[in-house]
Ligand binder design. Sequence first.
Ligand code: AN7
Length: 352
Amino acid sequence: MIKYRGIIQRYKEFLPITDKTPIISLCEGNTPLIFSPYLSGLLGENFKVYLKFEGANPTGSFKDRGMTVAISKAKEENAQAVICASTGNTSASAASYAAKAGIKCVVLLPKGAIALGKLSQALIHNATVLAIDGNFDDCLELVRTISAQFPIQLVNSVNPYRIEGQKTAAFEICDFLETAPDYQVIPVGNAGNITAYWKGYKEYLGKNKISRLPKMLGFQAAGAAPIVKGKPIKKPETIATAIRIGNPASWKQAEAARDESGGLIDMVSDKQIIEAYKLLAAKDGIFVEPASAASVAGLLKLAKKNYFKQAAKIVCILTGHGLKDPDRVIKTVKPPKVIKANLKAVLKEIGY
Ligand code: AN7
């Protein structure tokens, strides 16, 4: 039996890793691709919908795939410190992997706009956490300037090692399905992940591991949809704080993935995101954070418009775990009813 030891060991031949690279891993990757009878049924006979649950990564999001490579390379290059801007998940992952590597980690977060779970992660791993009185785009501009002027490595997805690591999710999907899916649906924020998946699929095609490419379907939140609107959004707003980004760094690459694959980048409202969020929890038993539900909200939006015509295998990427943002549940569903501590009262409530 081959023991699983993370994405670098698993897909080394596709990654910029040498014998000199110290591998900093938390056994990320190898996440479940879960068949959804419910969503498949909604789309109709002949449709198979799978959910790639990236919340099952060690820090609870897909960022770990990129961070294991970025931090391993930073360690190889004797970096003393790394820095990132983040809507939360990048900072959680960077803080965790930097802790393991023994590298100092600095994170810049938009003040008051980070889900509680993510902020807790960055803090407990001893990162230097700075809340900036601005949005994610302001934070990213600052860390780009700092990393260009001081010996501190940037670990946002503009760091090519991040994209390298994240492309392994596409490999896993193809290895599992023994083909590429027909469509892949994915939330889009800073647009690194859609870029990474597309690179992964193209590399697998180049190595004859698959014989065709999927169509890439990206979804932004309606209040933070610069690619859909064709211009940067100065004040992005959405309850899906992970993708509250107004000027994505990988904008061009996301458009290339869309156009080369014959796919699309569209948007979903916060209402549609919450509907999909609740549906995933109720019907598939999967608890995701709101940004992740944007992919399923997008799938449902396209299905309603009859976009999917022939039989198809569709993979929706669920980028992060629901536990990242517990406040959103409390704001979304009713709190538990308080009743007396007696049998009669309980039985009455549960219908016996
Ligand atoms: C759960 O953590 O940008 O399009 O700073 O956390 O590659 O940016 C997070 C992004 C989707 C969007 N889903 O991915 C950050 C950050 C979740 C995320 C995205 C993010 P990209």
